[in-house]
Design a protein around this ligand. Structure first.
Ligand code: GDP
Length: 434
C-alpha cells in the first residue's frame, strides 16, 4: 500500500486532518495480549484507494529545538512516504516555519500536495493565494474541523500514488526482514548473512519507495532481504526514537513472508520488543525470534534455558516461533538461520489435505468435547483451509458464538501437533452452516 504523510509546523491541524482521514478505523483494535496499538500508522481509504497514513507529528523527537523537530519530522516523512501532504494554516498565512518545511520538501523527490487548513467558509478562500509562494502549485483549501475540501485533496493525493508492481519476485523466492529496536544488530546480521558488506550480488530498487532489497542465493535457493536500505542509511538522529523504529518495522513486515525479530542478549526483553513482535504476529507473517549478541554475555549450561523461559513468558502470542541464539559479530550459529527460515516459510505457505484435516478435528473433538452454552452444544460439521500465508481455517459449525476462544486455541494446538506449522501464526474462524 502507498504511504501518505502529513507534514507541517505545529498547530496547523495535522492531528485533526489525520483523524478525519482515518475516521473510525483507528478504534478497531485487535485483542491480542501484549499489544498496544500506536496511532502513528493507520489505514486510510479514499474511493478505491487503500493507503497507509503516518502522523509524523505523533513521533516524539525529544527536547530538540522547535525548528529542529519540524525538520526531523519532515525528513521522516520524506524517508517513509510516497506522497506528502504539506499542511499549512490559512488563518495565519505563510510563516517562517512553513518556509523552513518547504525548503526541506523541495529537496525530496516525493510528490507534495499543499493543503491550506482552517478555511472554514467560502469567504475565506481568498486566503489561499499567498500560499502559491511556497512553490508547490495549487494550494487545496480545506477545513479539518468542518470536514470540507478533503475529497479534492485526497483526489490529488491519489493521483500522485506511484504505480505498484507488488509481484516483483517469483513465488518461490523467500522474502524476509529483520526487525527490532535500534542497536540490536540488524545491520550487522544482514552483513553477516550477505557475507560481509560488499558481496551483495545486486541491489534492486524496491517497487515500494526507495526500499533497497538484497536478493541473494544460497544452496540454490533464492532469498530477498527486505528493506535493508534504512539500515544502511543509518545515523539519523530520529533513528533511535521508538515510534520511528516501529514504523520502519511495519514497512518491512508488510513486504515479508518471514520476519526475524531480533533481541539483544545483553539487554534482555523490553516493552518495545514486544510491540514490534506483536505487529509481525498481527500481520500474519512467519516469525523467528533471534537472540543476537550471544557472544557478549556470560553463559553457563542454564543460560539458554533461562532465556527461553523468559522469552516464552513475555511473548505468549508467539509460542509457535522458533528461537535462535547467535552472534552476528562472531558469526556463531548464523549458518543455522537459513534452514530455519526455509522451514518457517514452508509452514507459512503450507496447505493441508482436507480429509486429513477433518480427521484431526474429529479426533480432537472425540478427545475433548465441544463446549456448551445455555444448554446448546457447539457442533462442528466440517473444516477447510481457505488460505495460506498465514494458514487460515474455517470451521463450519451450528453457531459460531459457541466457539469459545479456549476451544479455538485447543483446535489450533491439535492442528499444530498434526502438521508442520512451526513459526507461522494460524487463523481459525467459526462460520455458521445451517
Ligand atoms: P541495528 O541498529 O539493529 O542495525 O544494530 P547494528 O547492527 O548497527 O549493531 C549495533 C551495535 O551492536 C554495533 O556496535 C555492533 O557492532 C554491535 N553488535 C551487533 N551484533 C553483535 C553481536 O553479535 N555481538 C556483539 N558483541 N556486538 C554486536
Amino acid at each position: 500500500k502507498p504511504v501518505v504523510a502529513i507534514v507541517g509546523r505545529p498547530n496547523v491541524g495535522k492531528s485533526t486532518i489525520f483523524n478525519r482521514i482515518v475516521g473510525e478505523r483507528v478504534s478497531i483494535v485487535e485483542d491480542v495480549p501484549g499489544i498496544t496499538r500506536d496511532r502513528i500508522y493507520s489505514l486510510g481509504e479514499w474511493l478505491t484507494h487503500d493507503f497507509n497514513i503516518i502522523d509524523t507529528g505523533g513521533i516524539d523527537i525529544g527536547d530538540e529545538p522547535f525548528l529542529e523537530q519540524i525538520r526531523q519530522q519532515a525528513e521522516i516523512a520524506i524517508d517513509e512516504a510516497d506522497v506528502i501532504v504539506f499542511l499549512t494554516n490559512g488563518r495565519e498565512g505563510v510563516t517562517a516555519a512553513d518556509e523552513e518545511v518547504a525548503k526541506i520538501l523541495y529537496k525530496s523527490k516525493k510528490p507534495v500536495v499543499l493543503a491550506v487548513n482552517k478555511i472554514d467558509n467560502l469567504e475565506m478562500r481568498d486566503q489561499i493565494y499567498d500560499f502559491y509562494a511556497l512553490g508547490f502549485g495549487d494550494p487545496f483549501p480545506i477545513s479539518g474541523s468542518h470536514g470540507l475540501g478533503l475529497g479534492d485533496l485526497l483526489d490529488q493525493v491519489a493521483k500522485s500514488f506511484p504505480q505498484y508492481n507488488e509481484q516483483d519476485y517469483d513465488e518461490e523466492v523467500i522474502k524476509f526482514s529483520l526487525i527490532g529496536r535500534p542497536n540490536v544488530g540488524k545491520s550487522s546480521l544482514v552483513n553477516t548473512l550477505l557475507g560481509e558488506d560488499r558481496v551483495i550480488v545486486s541491489e534492486i530498487e524496491g517497487t515500494t519507495r526507495d526500499a533497497i532489497d538484497s536478493p541473494y542465493t544460497y544452496n540454490g535457493k533464492e532469498y530477498v532481504i527486505i528493506d535493508t536500505a534504512g539500515m544502511r542509511k543509518k545515523g539519523k538522529v530520529y533513528e533511535s526514537t521508538e515510534k520511528y523504529s516501529v514504523l520502519r518495522a511495519l514497512r518491512a513486515i508488510e513486504r515479508s513472508d518471514v520476519v526475524l525479530v531480533l533481541l539483544n542478549a545483553e539487554e534482555g526483553i523490553r516493552e518495545q520488543d514486544k510491540k514490534i513482535a506483536g505487529y509481525a504476529h498481527e500481520a500474519g507473517r512467519g516469525v523467528i525470534i533471534v537472540v543476537n549478541k550471544w557472544d557478549a554475555i556470560e553463559k553457563d549450561e542454564k543460560t539458554m534455558k533461562e532465556f527461553e523461559e523468559n522469552i516464552r513468558a513475555h511473548f505468549l502470542f508467539l509460542d509457535y516461533a522458533p528461537i535462535v541464539y547467535l552472534s552476528a559479530k562472531t558469526k556463531k550459529r548464523v549458518h543455522s538461520l537459513l534452514p530455519i527460515i526455509d522451514r518457517v516459510s514452508e509452514a507459512h505457505a503450507l496447505r493441508v489435505q482436507t480429509n486429513v484435516l477433518n480427521e484431526v478435528i474429529m479426533d480432537a473433538v472425540a478427545m475433548n468435547p465441544t463446549p456448551t452454552h445455555n444448554g446448546t452444544r457447539l457442533k462442528i460439521y466440517y473444516t477447510t483451509q481457505v488460505a495460506v500465508k498465514p494458514p487460515t481455517f474455517v470451521v463450519f459449525v451450528n453457531d459460531p458464538e459457541l466457539m469459545h476462544f479456549s476451544y479455538e486455541r485447543f483446535l489450533e494446538n491439535r492442528i499444530r501437533d498434526a502438521f508442520e506449522f512451526e513459526g507461522t501464526p494460524i487463523r481459525i474462524f467459526g462460520r455458521q452452516r445451517k
